[in-house]
Design a protein around this ligand. Structure first.
Ligand SMILES: Nc1ncnc2c1ncn2[C@@H]1O[C@H](COP(=O)(O)OP(=O)(O)OP(=O)(O)O)[C@@H](O)[C@H]1O
Length: 760
C-alpha cells in the first residue's frame, strides 16, 4: 500500500507540475494574444492613415492626419526598412504571402480567407502532431499535452459561445471536432411480454432515438422506462420481444455495436477499492481503440474528469459500504464517467441524475450535451427533472403505466401537443411533473374537457396513425376514430390460474431469464463497431495491474487470513499425535477440513465480491478470460504461501515424521483443489448458496472419506473425494519416512534378538 501511495504521489506531482506549466503558458498566450490584437489593430489604423495620406497628399487638411500619424508612430515604433518591417509582421501573424504597400502581409483572398487559414493551420497541426507524438513519452509530457489540449478546447468553446455562421461551418468541418460513428435506433410496434407470466411490459411502441440528441424517457414509477431502455440496449431478460428494432435503419443486433455502446446502470457499479481515476482509466484502457496513443487516452480521461467535476476527488478511493469513500453524487458521476471515457456513439443512462443536487445534475447534463455535440446518441431515464434541466433535453419519450407511449417527440413541442388535447400546464407548475401527475391519476387532465388520462396512449396512437392493439379498438371506436387493427392480444392474464400453474410459470420465467443472461453475456455477435480494442494479452496486463492494486489495498484482509491459518496450524499441531498405529490420521482429517474451509472461503471472495462489476464489464465486451486468468495469477501467490504459513505452526507443535517438503507438496495440491472449487461456486452460484456449499462440501466429503464404509455406493463416492487422497498421501508420507523405517527396523531387530535369547 505504501509503494502504491508513493507511486501515486509521484504521479500527482507530475500532473500538478504539468497543470501549472500549462496554466502559465496559457497566461502568456493570453497576454500575447492581447498584445497581438492591439498590434494588429494599430497596424490596421496605420495602414488606413497611410493610404489616406498618399491618396490625399495635395489636400491641405491632411496636415492634421499627418500630425496624428506622427504621434501614433511614436507610440508604436515600426522598423524603418521595409524588409525588417515585413518580417516582423510575418512573425507576428504567422502568415506568408504578398506584402502590401504599407508593408503589411496579406494572404491571397484576403487576411480572413477561412479556406487558406484552415489549410495552413491543418498542415501545421498535422506536422506538429507527428512531432508531438514522437516527443510525448513521460507522464509529465503526457499530462502537459492533455492539459494544453483541454485549455485549447475551452478557449474554442468560449469562441463558439458567440458563434457565427462561419463558426458553425468550421466547427462542423473542423479537424479538431472529432465526429464519432453515428448510431440511430428506431423501433416499430415494440412489444415486450414477460415469458411464462404473459404480462405485457411494453406495448406497441414506435419511435426513434437520434444521434446528436439527448432523449429523456419519463413516466410514472413502474411505467416501463428501464424496460424500454433495456430493450433498446438489448439487455432485456426473460421477455418475449415482438416488433422491430432497427440500427441505422437496418435490422441488426445492437450487440454487434457493443464496443461503442455505453450503458450506465441505475446502481453505481464501480470498484470501491480503486480511486476515481483508476476506475476511469481501466475502462478507457480496455475499451478504447488500440489505434489511440497513450497521450490521447489520458486526454480523454482528463476531459471526462474535468467535465464531470471530479478532479478534486480523482485520487480518492471510491469506497464501499464498509469503508466510506467519495460522496454518493460523486460516485454516481464516476458511474457515468466509466461509459463516457470509451467515447461511445450511443449512450444509455438509467436515472443518472437521481440523488444529485441541481447543480451537479446540470453539470452532468452539460457534459452529456457536449458529448451529443460530437454526434453521440444519448437516451436517459429521468425522474422529476427541474424545468431548467428539462429544457436541456432535445427529445422526450413519455410513458404511461402498462408500458404505453403517451408522447414521443421534441421537448419544445410537448406543451403544444398536450395543449391541443386541452391539457394545459398551470402556472408555476413544472410541465414534466404535471404530465406525470396526470398519468399517475393524481391530477385531472383538464377541468374544461372530459378527457380521461387512460385514453392518452390511445390518443397518441391515433394522433400518429399508428396500429391500434386489439384490446384498445373498442375504445378507439368510441372515440370515433377510424381504426388500423393490430394483431397483439391483450395479454392481461386476467383469467384465474391455479397455484401449480403459477409456480410452473414462475419456474419457466426464471429459467428463461437465466438463458437470456447467458445469451447476453457469453454469446458472441458479429462485430460491426469498427473499433479494435485491446486483445486478451493486453487486457490481461491491465487486469493484472488493477487486481494487484486491489489486493494490496485489501492487505488487512489477507493478513487476517494468514493469522487464522497460523492459529489453525497451532491448534491442530497441538492436538495431532503421530502414533505408530494411525500415523496421525485423526489430526490430519481435521487439518484437511480446516485448510479446505479457510482456502475455499477465501477463494470465494475472488470472484463473488465484484461479480456485478464483472458482469458490467463482460457485457461491454471486456474479456472474461483475461479477467479470470489475471485473478488466478494473483491468487497463485496465496496458493503457494498458505501451506507454508500453516505448516510453520503445525510443525512447531507436532513435529511429524514426514518431511516438510512432503507435507507442503500434499497441502499445495489440496489448496489448488479447493481453490478451484471455490472459484466454481463463486462463478456459477449466487453469494448465499456459494457460501453454504463452500462449508458443506469440505466437511461432508472429509467425513465420507475418513470413515470405513461398507456401502458400495458410498465407497464409490469416497473414491472420488479429494480428502481421501489427501489423507492417504499425508499418512503414507508419515509411514514411509526414514525415521519411521529406522524405528521399524530397530524394533524388528530387538524382537528378533529377544526371540533368539528365549530360544537359547
Ligand atoms: N424481468 C422482469 N421480471 C418481472 N417483472 C418485470 C421484469 N422487468 C420489468 N418488470 C416489471 O415491469 C414493470 C416496469 O418496470 P421498470 O423497471 O421498467 O419500471 P420503471 O418505469 O423504470 O420504474 P421506476 O421509475 O420505479 O424505476 C414493473 O412493474 C416491473 O415489476
Amino acid at each position: 500500500d505504501q509503494i502504491l501511495s508513493i507511486r501515486e504521489r509521484r504521479r500527482a506531482r507530475n500532473r500538478e507540475g504539468a497543470a501549472r506549466s500549462v496554466q502559465q503558458k496559457e497566461l502568456v498566450r493570453a497576454r500575447w494574444k492581447v498584445a497581438k490584437d492591439a498590434a494588429t489593430k494599430h497596424a490596421g489604423k496605420l495602414q488606413a492613415n497611410l493610404s489616406r495620406r498618399f491618396s490625399n497628399r495635395n489636400h491641405p487638411e491632411n496636415f492634421e492626419i499627418l500630425h496624428d500619424l506622427d504621434v501614433q508612430e511614436d507610440s508604436f515604433p515600426l522598423p524603418t526598412n521595409n524588409a525588417g518591417n515585413s518580417s516582423a509582421l510575418q512573425l507576428s501573424t504567422g502568415l506568408e504571402g504578398p506584402i502590401n504597400r504599407s508593408g503589411l502581409h496579406i494572404p491571397e483572398g484576403g487576411p480572413h480567407n477561412p479556406a487558406r487559414l484552415g489549410l495552413e493551420i491543418k498542415g501545421k497541426n498535422s506536422k506538429e502532431k507527428i512531432l508531438k507524438e514522437k516527443e510525448i513519452r513521460t507522464d509529465s509530457q503526457i499530462f502537459k499535452y492533455a492539459y494544453a489540449q483541454i485549455e485549447k478546447e475551452k478557449s474554442q468553446e468560449r469562441q463558439y459561445e458567440n458563434i457565427t455562421f462561419s463558426g458553425v461551418v468550421s466547427l462542423a468541418t473542423g479537424d479538431e471536432q472529432k465526429k464519432r460513428p453515428l448510431i440511430e435506433v428506431g423501433f416499430k410496434d415494440l412489444t415486450l411480454t414477460l415469458k411464462g407470466k404473459q404480462r405485457c411490459l411494453l406495448k406497441c411502441l414506435t419511435g426513434k432515438i437520434m444521434p446528436g440528441r439527448i432523449t429523456a424517457v419519463m413516466g410514472p414509477s413502474g411505467a416501463g422506462k428501464t424496460t424500454l431502455m433495456s430493450a433498446l440496449a438489448g439487455k432485456e431478460t426473460g421477455c418475449k420481444k415482438s416488433g422491430l428494432v432497427l440500427i441505422n435503419g437496418k435490422p441488426e443486433s445492437i450487440h454487434s455495436y457493443k464496443k461503442i455502446v455505453g450503458f450506465v446502470p441505475q446502481d453505481d457499479i464501480v470498484h470501491g477499492n480503486l480511486t476515481v481515476e483508476e476506475n476511469l482509466r481501466f475502462s478507457a484502457w480496455c475499451r478504447l481503440s488500440t489505434k489511440l496513443p497513450r497521450a490521447e487516452k489520458v486526454l480523454i480521461v482528463e476531459r471526462v474528469l474535468m467535465s464531470l467535476g471530479l478532479q478534486e476527488v480523482r485520487d480518492s478511493l471510491v469506497g464501499t459500504v464498509e469503508k466510506r469513500g467519495i460522496s454518493g453524487g460523486q460516485r454516481k458521476r464516476v458511474n457515468v464517467g466509466l461509459e463516457m471515457v470509451i467515447e461511445p456513439s450511443l449512450l444509455f443512462l438509467d436515472e443518472p441524475t437521481s440523488g444529485l443536487d441541481s447543480s451537479s445534475s446540470r453539470l452532468l447534463l452539460k457534459a452529456l450535451k457536449h458529448e451529443a455535440l460530437a454526434g453521440v446518441n444519448i437516451c436517459m431515464v429521468v425522474h422529476q427533472p427541474s424545468y431548467a434541466l428539462f429544457k436541456m433535453f432535445d427529445d422526450l419519450i413519455l410513458l404511461a403505466k402498462g408500458g404505453h407511449m403517451v408522447y414521443h417527440g421534441s421537448v419544445r413541442n410537448v406543451e403544444e401537443y398536450f395543449g391541443g388535447l386541452g391539457i394545459n400546464v398551470p402556472e408555476r407548475v413544472n410541465p414534466p411533473d404535471h404530465y406525470i401527475d396526470i398519468l399517475e391519476g393524481m391530477v385531472e387532465p383538464s377541468p374544461s374537457s372530459s378527457i380521461n388520462y387512460k385514453d392518452l396512449p390511445l390518443r397518441w396512437l391515433l394522433h400518429n396513425g399508428y396500429t391500434v392493439p386489439e384490446d384498445m379498438q373498442s375504445r378507439a371506436a368510441e372515440l370515433g376514430n377510424p381504426l388500423r387493427s393490430g394483431s397483439e392480444s391483450s395479454g392481461s392474464g386476467s383469467e384465474l390460474q391455479s397455484f401449480t400453474t403459477e409456480i410452473w410459470q414462475d419456474v419457466r420465467s426464471n429459467v428463461e431469464q437465466r438463458r437470456d443472461h447467458i445469451h447476453h453475456y457469453f454469446l458472441k455477435q458479429k462485430d460491426l463497431a469498427d473499433r479494435r480494442t485491446p486483445g486478451i494479452v493486453r487486457q490481461y496486463k491491465y487486469f493484472l495491474g488493477r487486481i494487484t492494486k486491489q489486493r494490496l489495498r485489501e492487505a488487512r484482509l489477507q493478513a487476517t487470513d494468514y493469522i487464522i491459518l497460523l492459529l489453525a496450524g497451532a491448534c491442530l499441531g497441538a492436538i495431532t499425535k503421530i502414533s505408530d498405529t494411525d500415523f496421525g490420521a485423526t489430526g490430519y482429517t481435521y487439518t484437511i477440513i480446516a485448510i479446505s474451509l479457510l482456502c475455499q472461503i477465501a477463494a470465494l471472495r475472488t470472484f463473488s465480491q465484484d461479480k456485478l462489476q464483472y458482469l458490467r464489464e463482460s457485457a461491454s465486451g471486456i474479456s472474461s478470460l483475461a479477467h479470470f486468468l489475471a485473478k488466478d495469477t494473483v491468487d497463485h501467490f496465496n496458493t503457494l504461501i498458505k501451506p507454508v504459513v500453516f505448516l510453520s505452526m503445525f510443525y512447531f507443535f507436532t513435529n511429524p515424521r514426514s518431511t516438510f517438503i512432503d507435507n507442503y507438496t500434499v497441502l499445495i495440491c489440496l489448496v489448488y483443489c479447493v481453490t478451484g472449487m471455490g472459484y466454481a461456486f463463486a462463478i456459477f452460484l449466487n453469494p448465499g448458496p456459494a457460501q453454504l456449499f463452500s462449508v458443506l462440501f469440505p466437511v461432508c466429503l472429509t467425513l465420507i472419506a475418513s470413515q470405513s464404509l461398507k456401502n458400495e455406493a458410498l465407497k464409490g463416492i469416497a473414491y472420488l473425494c479429494y480428502p481421501k487422497w489427501t489423507l492417504e498421501a499425508l499418512v503414507i508420507a508419515n509411514a514411509r519416512s526414514p525415521l519411521f523405517y529406522a524405528k521399524q527396523v530397530y524394533s524388528k531387530q530387538r524382537r528378533a534378538c529377544g526371540s533368539g535369547l528365549t530360544g537359547v
